[in-house]
Design a protein around this ligand. Structure first.
Ligand SMILES: C[S@@+](CC[C@H](N)C(=O)[O-])C[C@H]1O[C@@H](n2cnc3c(N)ncnc32)[C@H](O)[C@@H]1O
Length: 315
């Protein structure tokens, strides 16, 4: 078991709970084997509050333990969802806990490997896994989760995918770690806007066209626009889930170069939205189509995962 990252007290804790974890030195064969440790109740709520969970949400907890995350989301926030755990005894316990809490119809638990779990339905995803597991799961999240899905993690980050928010809080009763404190990390899955786009705008009678080139590292994007042979850098590029906004100095319908403020919603290879050239003016519509150059928004293997693997002896 790789227990050191959970503070070294987990083995005793797990044995008390009767889930049969045995302490031994970390080893290559145990790399990524997350032990069972409960998230304290106040941290569960802090995570659900941070993700602004509500009745419209579908919460998936990867490695669900006794079910507390999805059960609390259902009972106290009106959400629905499921959890998966590879320990069938924990899955049985979680389903019993859901029944006791009166939410068995909205919080369901399955005996399943988290890597083989289809997570595309999630609007909120929660995890309390080891640092290397977060990094091994990360590519799956980008493949399956829709842009805008909120991800919360207890104690561990996602390497180069910097959190959109993070904080530390007291965690009374936390069974692991030297101090009873927890960290919460929060991300919003960004849309992939990388590549070359052709933009159509309609301002005045004459439709106009220009091109956009966007590069991105996770939720941080930058790029340029080219209109009538002139290239300008985009300013204030912001990506918030599927929502993209930026400013660019471009020619208007009369040929005057003015600041345009664009906002739009990304759906696959199209973006649709509105823009203004003057805050007081009426918003006009724009539409973009990706014509090529799409690439991954981050590396498949985070440098930190390579370091963790090297430290554990895994090749
Ligand atoms: C640290 S506990 C977190 C439990 C619960 N989510 C909570 O926050 O209280 C991690 C859980 O992940 C489960 N787990 C570890 N690896 C898994 C895998 N590959 N597939 C499914 N569950 C896994 C463990 O059995 C354990 O219950």
């Amino acid at each position: 078991m790789r227990l050191s990252q959970f503070g070294g007290t987990v083995a005793a804790f797990a044995v008390v709970l009767g889930f049969g974890l045995a302490a031994s030195e970390p080893g290559a064969q145990d790399f990524g084997d997350t032990p069972y440790v409960q998230t304290p109740a106040n941290v569960v709520k802090a995570m659900l509050d941070t993700a602004k969970v509500g009745p419209k949400d579908f919460v998936i907890d990867l490695g669900s333990g006794d079910g507390r995350m999805v059960i609390t989301a259902a009972k106290e926030y009106g959400a629905r969802g499921f959890g998966v755990d590879h320990d069938v005894r924990l899955v049985r316990l979680a389903n019993e806990n859901a029944a006791k809490a009166g939410v068995a119809d909205r919080a369901v638990f399955y005996a399943r490997d988290l890597y083989k779990t289809d997570v595309h339905r999630a609007s909120v995803m929660s995890i309390y896994l080891l640092p290397e597991v977060n990094l091994m799961v990360r590519p799956k999240l980008f493949r399956e989760l829709r842009p805008g899905t909120r991800v919360v993690s207890h104690d561990y980050d996602m390497g180069e995918w910097k959190p959109d928010a993070q904080f530390t809080l007291d965690a009374p009763g936390k069974p692991v770690g030297r101090d009873p404190v927890s960290k919460v990390y929060y991300w919003i899955v960004p849309a992939n806007v990388t590549g070359d786009w052709v933009v159509h705008v309609r301002s005045g009678a004459k439709p106009q066209e220009f091109s956009l080139k966007l590069a991105q590292k996770f939720q941080f994007a930058e790029g340029s626009a080219e209109a009538a042979g002139t290239r300008v850098e985009l300013e204030n590029v912001k990506l918030d889930g599927p929502r993209l906004s930026f400013k660019a100095r471009l020619p208007d319908a009369a040929g005057q170069v003015v600041m345009h403020e664009f906002t739009g919603r990304v759906a696959g290879d199209t973006i649709e939205g509105t823009f203004k050239t003057d805050p007081a003016a009426r918003a006009m519509s724009w539409r973009a189509r990706r014509v090529g150059g799409k690439v991954a928004i981050g590396p498949e293997i985070d440098p930190k995962l390579a370091e963790l693997k090297a430290g554990s002896g895994v090749q």
